[in-house]
Design a protein around this ligand. Structure first.
Ligand code: GTP
Length: 423
């Protein structure tokens, strides 16, 4: 049988996802009509013989309980568990710490998935290649633009043998255009390998401390925690590649990072387009007496959309949203309880929970054209915020135009704003 671990991080991790992570933990933020980690779970549910999914993070225990209860109902053949790290243990530290629980039941293959990604998740193909090559682990990689390779963990791969020959985290000079996707599969022996990596880290840590105390530096509590922090990339994958124990599998489907709040909009579009390609029944369609729908659109059953509104493409509209006559929405996420009044426009934007946009109001960002250019785009020769983001409970008055701006929660906007962060 097989198992999976999803690393969900904790409240201090998703700083780039603000202001949206101020209301909801990033892994539960909806893209394509579902929480980010639901997409990982859905893909894992289609892996042969996968029996358990464990979330590891340092959020409080109750945070994921309602979500996991819903997953349990939707995927009854899989067991779900949340394991909480006592402190931030890094991308391999929690995985290693909870090894006894992970190996319980003797899984043959253990998937590890990051949360902050959106992907077509070809997990069965990844598993098939991993089993064929029989190495200690397989990293899923994707081709990125050569000019942006320095932003990622890069892997040099032998095309024939699929051996990952080198792993370099965010290399200063070009080494490869194959980037780590944050999706891995390991055999159980990975824990022995990680134990050695941790011992090495403890040795390094102690010699650092010895040096520091020779220079009279005081101990601080952060450093004590730091010794158990194990980084998958630098401490484990790099060494696995050096010892020829890592394979690489090329993902030819879609992949993007979901780091900043703005990046939720292209992720939303990718998942909705995938749903359209898969002919999913939850997508909205134009009907005789309904609004005009173009492209891939998700509308929650409790939302009320005026028949003269025009919605799409790439739009998610969530629970209890009310959309008035003549409203235009495209490439946007509209969160629960938003009220959009007559003739308003929402384009390339995220509208936070309980917000209101007045009549003829306009909330507009710019189209993101390159995956490496997510937070800012160039407009008339100047860098501007790409997606326009309203935090929770923002009130945009009638006829007000908010363009390429980020508005923090609980603000009342009674004048036009362009390319500002409104605190
Ligand atoms: P950047 O270098 O900031 O771009 O990060 P990265 O792409 O290497 O990702 P990062 O290491 O920040 O996180 C990758 C995934 O691991 C995300 O899903 C995080 O939520 C998760 N993560 C990061 N650190 C920890 C940790 O200490 N514990 C747990 N459980 N998860 C973590």
């Amino acid at each position: 049988m097989n198992k999976a671990v999803i690393l969900v991080g904790g409240p201090s991790r998703a700083t780039r996802f603000r202001p949206l992570s101020m209301h909801l933990p990033q892994p539960l933020f909806p893209v394509g009509g579902k929480p980010i980690i639901w997409h990982q779970i859905k893909a894992l549910s289609m892996v042969k013989d996968l029996k358990e999914i464990i979330l590891i993070g340092f959020f409080e225990d109750f945070i994921f309980r309602p979500f996991l209860n819903r997953c349990q109902e939707e995927f009854p053949e899989i067991a779900f568990k949340y394991l909480r790290e006592y402190s931030q243990l890094g991308t391999a530290g929690g995985f290693f710490h909870f090894r006894d629980q992970i190996v319980r039941g003797n899984p043959k293959n253990i998937f590890m998935l990051y949360t902050d990604i959106c992907c077509s998740f070809p997990l069965n193909d990844l598993l098939a290649q991993h089993e064929r090559h029989g190495r200690l682990g397989t990293i899923m990689v994707t081709k990125v633009d050569r000019s942006s390779a320095h932003l990622y963990g890069c892997v040099v791969v032998d095309n024939e043998t699929k051996l990952a020959e080198h792993y370099v985290e965010k290399p200063e000079t070009y080494v490869s255009d194959l980037a780590s996707t944050g999706v891995f599969v390991f055999g159980q022996e990975i824990f022995r390998f990680m134990a050695t990596a941790l011992e090495k880290r403890v040795d390094e840590f102690e010699s650092e401390r010895a040096k520091e105390s020779a220079y009279g530096r005081s101990e601080d509590s952060d450093e004590v925690e730091d010794v158990n922090r194990l980084r998958l990339e630098q401490d484990v994958l790099r060494q696995m590649a050096a010892e020829k124990k890592l394979s690489a599998f090329l993902c030819t489907g879609f992949w993007r990072q979901i780091k900043s709040a703005a990046s939720a909009v292209p992720a939303n579009a990718l998942y909705l387009k995938k749903a359209l390609g898969d002919n999913e029944s939850f997508l909205a369609k134009t009907t005789g007496d309904g609004p005009e729908i173009t492209g891939a659109v998700y509308i929650h059953p409790t939302a009320q959309i005026h028949p003269t509104a025009v919605i799409g493409p790439n739009v998610s509209i969530h629970a209890r949203v009310v959309v008035g006559p003549g409203v235009r929405i495209n490439d946007s996420i509209v969160l629960d309880n938003v009220n959009i009044k007559d003739n308003a426009a929402v384009l390339h934007a995220i509208v936070g929970w309980d917000s209101r946009i007045g009549k003829w109001g306009r909330v507009e960002g710019s189209q993101i054209t390159s995956p490496d250019d997510i937070d800012e785009v160039t407009h008339l020769g100047v860098k501007v915020n790409s997606i326009c983001i309203l935090g929770e409970d923002v009130q945009v008055k009638d006829e007000v135009f908010i363009r390429n701006s980020i508005v923090l929660p609980h603000k009342e906007m009674s004048g036009n704003k362009h390319n500002e962060i409104i605190m």
